[in-house]
Design a protein around this ligand. Structure first.
Ligand code: G3I
Length: 353
């Protein structure tokens, strides 16, 4: 199907009309939006945004605007999206999100400068066939980080600079970055990002690091050591992809506190709580406690500046495509009706810090 791309200006003016004239039926029953409650709690409540849904679906666009004061590009700021061909940049979809955010008074989290996934094919193929050697790869990485951070300079408040660089046991992930460049690629990427935008806060980001464990301790020691060397590692991003099939992680507040003690910001960056389908009231109630538990850990520390959900409606979530038989991981159901998790987050924001 030909994808109609509404020009950003038309999109934004239409969105502003829609957001202003939102129908009562679509508006959550809660008496205040999450973003209004978050403003009072001095925290950013964010959502990862699917740009196709934002352009194509009025309910999605209206809810993104009315419920969140921060947005993250779910995919369109990733390397495969912004540089699909070597040296040929396509900022169009990311620029649409930034323009939407600007029109709706929202801050933007940048996601993500360096990852082992969603790299452009020309890069992975060149490394694989040896046509890109280590020296050239480091130059390509430097150019990418500088180009992307410079393009969005002044418009991104937090960057996920490196994403998912440790294994659960605390060892460094054996990615092409480590294989070709050695561990120094992490410090290099932070330094290059900082040089391109000294005001953006630069984050490490990963999953399974909610509590105190081997993985989060590896990040703590890495951040501690790099900061001692003057590397601008300024924030720790806790993704928060949970499942009610497992226990709620222990020591989340202690984990946040130790990064805060290093002088770092923290953030919950990709929160969702999946479950085995079908949904039932007991599962939804348990899901709500998991969302609330992570939110309380954020609000319990002044270091935690943002709490972002990875999608906000079960109609658009990455979970069912990856975890067969699981889903219902977000705050609103497929019809955008509030779930107990939405109410739990709203109540947590209302109670504040
Ligand atoms: O863009 C192509 C499209 O052209 C093609 O027709 C379609 C079908 O093959 O695929 C589209 O690409 C998909 C892409 O999302 C954009 O929609 C990929 O197949 C799909 O794998 C990719 O999934 C994303 C996933 O990261 C990739 O690992 C999810 O949407 C995204 O939610 C997820 O997000 C990650 C964070 O970035 C990092 N933390 C974990 C989190 C969940 O995996």
């Amino acid at each position: 199907m030909k994808h109609f791309r509404m020009p950003a200006t038309v999109l934004l003016s239409a969105a502003m009309l829609v957001a202003g004239a939102q129908s009562a039926s679509a508006r959550p029953v809660h008496d205040a939006s999450l973003r209004a409650l978050a403003d009072r709690a001095d925290v950013r409540i964010g959502a990862a945004v699917d740009m196709t849904a934002l352009v194509d679906e009025t309910d999605y666009r209206r809810t993104t605007a009315s419920e969140f004061n921060s947005v993250t590009a779910e995919n369109v700021m990733k390397w495969e999206s912004v540089e699909p061909e070597r040296g040929t940049y396509d900022w169009s979809k990311a620029d649409e999100l930034v323009a939407f955010a600007r029109a709706h008074g929202q801050a933007v989290r940048g996601h993500t400068l360096l990852w082992h996934n969603q790299l452009p094919a020309w890069l992975t193929a060149g490394v694989a066939d040896g046509s890109i050697d280590a020296k050239e790869l480091r130059g390509i990485l430097h150019k990418h980080v500088t180009a992307e951070v410079s393009h969005f300079k002044g418009r991104i408040y937090q960057w996920d600079v490196v994403n998912e660089v440790f294994n659960d046991d605390g060892s460094l992930r054996d990615s092409l970055w480590l294989q070709k460049l050695g561990p120094s690629y992490i410090a290099d990427t932070f330094r290059w990002a900082h040089a391109a935008d000294p005001k953006a806060k630069l984050f490490l980001n990963d999953y399974n690091v909610e509590g105190v464990n081997a993985k989060s301790t590896a990040y703590y020691e890495l951040a501690r050591d790099l900061r001692k060397q003057g590397v601008p590692v300024q924030g720790f991003g806790i993704q928060g992809h949970l499942s009610i099939q497992y226990g709620f992680p222990g020591d989340v507040s202690d984990n946040v506190a130790r990064f805060a003690k290093l002088g770092m910001q923290t953030a919950f960056t990709e929160v969702d709580v999946r479950m085995a389908l079908p949904v039932d009231s007991e599962k939804l109630a348990k899901q709500a406690t998991y969302f609330r538990g992570l939110l309380d850990a954020c609000l319990g520390s002044r270091s935690c500046k943002s709490f972002t959900v990875w999608g906000f409606t079960d109609k658009h979530s990455w979970v069912p495509g990856v975890f067969t038989g699981e889903g219902a991981a977000t705050l609103l159901d497929e019809e955008y009706a509030q779930k107990p998790a939405y109410t739990a987050v709203a109540e947590g924001l209302r109670e504040g810090r």
